[in-house]
Design a protein around this ligand. Structure first.
Ligand SMILES: *[C@@H]1O[C@H](CO)[C@@H](O)[C@H](O)[C@H]1NC(C)=O
Ligand SMILES: *[C@@H]1O[C@H](CO)[C@@H](O)[C@H](O)[C@H]1NC(C)=O
Ligand SMILES: *[C@@H]1O[C@H](CO)[C@@H](O)[C@H](O)[C@H]1NC(C)=O
Ligand SMILES: *[C@@H]1O[C@H](CO)[C@@H](O)[C@H](O)[C@H]1NC(C)=O
Length: 371
C-alpha cells in the first residue's frame, strides 16, 4: 500500500469511489511495497554531519527511507542519525540471531526494503521486527547520550533508586534511557502517526499494530536497564560503591522480545476502531506485549508475492525435533547430506606464564541441507 498520508478526509460517495479505486490499484499491483523504511538507515553508511557541512551536502535529503516527519526530525537532530542507523543494525542482527534456526530467519533482502515484502503481512514475525528495531534505536541513542556524542543529551539523570544501600554513591554517568526512549518514540512512530487511514480500515489496524509493537520494543530496553556499580576502596575492599543506570546487554532484550513473540496476541480491528483480541479468553495485551493481525505464511517456499525466501538450501539438524530439525525446517521436502570439514581449536595447553596454545584440528562432519 501507498503510505503517503491522506491529506484531507473526504466524505460520502467521493470517498467510496476513491477507496474502490485504491483497492483496485492495490489488487492489480498486489502489495506494492512499503519499501522505504527508516530501517534502510542500517544499510546506508551515514557520515557524521560535519562531513556534510564540509561537503555542503544536506544529510537528510540524502537518506532514503525517511517519512516526512522523520525528515524533519533528521534536520533538527542531525547528529542522531548515525545512531539510529546503528540501532537499526543492532536490531536486525539480534533478529537474525534469535531466528537463526527458524524457517523465517529475518534475512534482509536488499538495501531499499530491508526485510522485503514479508513485512507487508501483519504477522508475528513482523511484530518482532518492529519491536526489536525500535529497541535498537533506544539502545543506541541512550548510549550515545552517555558517551557525550549528542548535543541535546548527556548522562542519565535518573533518580536514585530507593532500595540502593545508603552508603553507596549514586551518580556515575549512566545510559540515558529516558532520553533514548523519548527520542525513539518521536522518531520511530513519526511514520505511523503521519498516516491518516480511515478508522477501522485494514491499514488503520496495521498502523495500530506497528505502534503497539514499537512501544513494546522501547519498553523492553527501558525496563531492562538496571543499576550497575563499581567498587572503590583500599585493595578491593569495596568499602565504597558508585552506581549508575546501565542498559542491559542487547542479547537480553532480544531474548525478552523473543518470549513476547512466542506469547504475542492475535488482534483484529474492533467496531470502535481499536484493536481487540480475536479470542477474548486471553489476557488483554499490556504495552509491553507484541500483537499481530495476520496469520503467518509458512515461509516454506520461495514466493515473490509474499516475499518469503523459502527454506531451500538452509542447513538443518537431522536429530532435532525442533524448528531447526530437518523435518520442520524443510517442510517435509527432505534434505541432502554433505560432508564438510570443520576446523576447530583443540588440544589447548596452558603455558607458564601466561598464554594458551592450541592446535588446529580438522574433522569431517555431516551437514544437512533442505531440498
Ligand atoms: C543499493 O542501492 C544502491 C543505489 O541505491 C545500488 O547502487 C546498489 O547496487 C544497491 N546494493 C544492493 C546490495 O542491492
Ligand atoms: C504466494 O503466496 C500467495 C499468497 O499467500 C499465494 O496466493 C500464491 O499462490 C503463492 N504463490 C506461489 C507460487 O506459491
Ligand atoms: C536466511 O535464509 C535465506 C533463505 O534460505 C538464506 O539465503 C540466508 O542466507 C539466510 N540468512 C541468514 C542470516 O542466515
Ligand atoms: C542437533 O540437535 C540435537 C538435539 O536437539 C542437539 O543435541 C545437537 O547439538 C544439534 N546439533 C547441531 C550441530 O546443532
Amino acid at each position: 500500500m501507498d503510505n503517503r498520508p491522506v491529506r484531507r478526509r473526504r466524505t460520502g460517495a467521493v470517498r467510496h469511489l476513491l477507496l474502490a479505486a485504491a483497492f483496485l490499484a492495490c489488487s492489480s499491483q498486489l502489495l506494492a511495497v512499503d519499501a522505504n523504511s527508516w530501517w534502510s538507515l542500517a544499510l546506508t553508511p551515514i557520515q557524521r554531519p560535519e562531513m556534510y557541512i564540509i561537503g555542503a551536502q544536506p544529510l537528510c535529503s540524502q537518506l532514503s527511507g525517511l517519512s516526512q516527519g522523520q525528515r524533519k526530525l533528521c534536520q533538527l537532530y542531525q547528529d542522531h542519525m548515525i545512531y539510529i542507523g546503528d540501532g537499526a543494525k543492532t536490531g536486525i542482527k539480534e533478529c537474525q540471531y534469535q531466528f537463526r534456526q527458524r524457517r523465517w530467519n529475518c534475512s534482509t533482502v536488499d538495501n531499499t526494503s530491508v526485510f522485503g515484502r514479508v513485512m507487508q503481512i501483519g504477522s508475528r514475525e513482523t511484530a518482532f521486527t518492529y519491536a526489536v528495531s525500535a529497541a535498537g534505536v533506544v539502545n543506541a541513542i541512550s548510549r550515545a547520550c552517555r558517551e557525550g556524542e549528542l548535543s541535546t543529551c548527556g548522562c542519565s539523570r535518573a533518580a536514585r533508586p530507593r532500595d540502593l544501600p545508603r552508603d553507596w554513591l549514586w551518580g556515575g554517568c549512566g545510559d540515558n534511557v529516558h532520553y533514548g526512549y523519548r527520542f525513539a518514540r518521536e522518531f520511530v512512530d513519526a511514520r505511523e502517526r503521519e498516516k491518516n487511514y480511515p478508522r477501522g480500515s485494514p491499514e488503520h489496524a496495521r498502523t495500530l499494530m506497528n505502534l503497539q509493537n514499537n512501544e513494546a520494543g522501547r519498553q523492553a530496553v527501558y525496563n531492562l536497564a538496571n543499576v550497575a556499580c563499581k567498587c572503590h576502596g583500599v585493595s578491593g575492599s569495596c568499602s565504597l560503591k558508585t552506581c549508575w543506570l546501565q542498559l542491559a546487554d542487547f542479547r537480553r532484550v532480544g531474548e525478552f522480545l523473543k518470549e513476547k513473540y512466542d506469547s504475542a496476541a492475535a488482534m483484529r480491528i474492533g467496531r470502535k476502531g481499536k484493536l481487540e483480541l480475536v479470542d477474548k479468553r486471553f489476557n488483554t495485551p499490556t504495552p509491553e506485549d507484541l500483537v499481530y493481525i495476520d496469520p503467518s505464511p509458512d515461509y516454506c517456499l520461495r514466493n515473490e508475492t509474499t516475499g518469503s525466501l523459502g527454506t531451500q538450501g538452509r542447513l538443518c539438524n537431522k536429530t532435532s525435533e525442533g524448528m531447526d530439525g530437518c523435518e520442520l525446517m524443510c517442510c517435509g521436502r527432505g534434505y541432502d547430506q554433505f560432508k564438510t570439514y570443520k576446523h576447530e581449536r583443540c588440544h589447548c595447553k596452558f603455558h607458564w606464564c601466561c598464554y594458551v596454545k592450541c592446535k588446529r584440528c580438522t574433522t569431517l562432519v555431516d551437514q544437512f541441507v533442505c531440498k
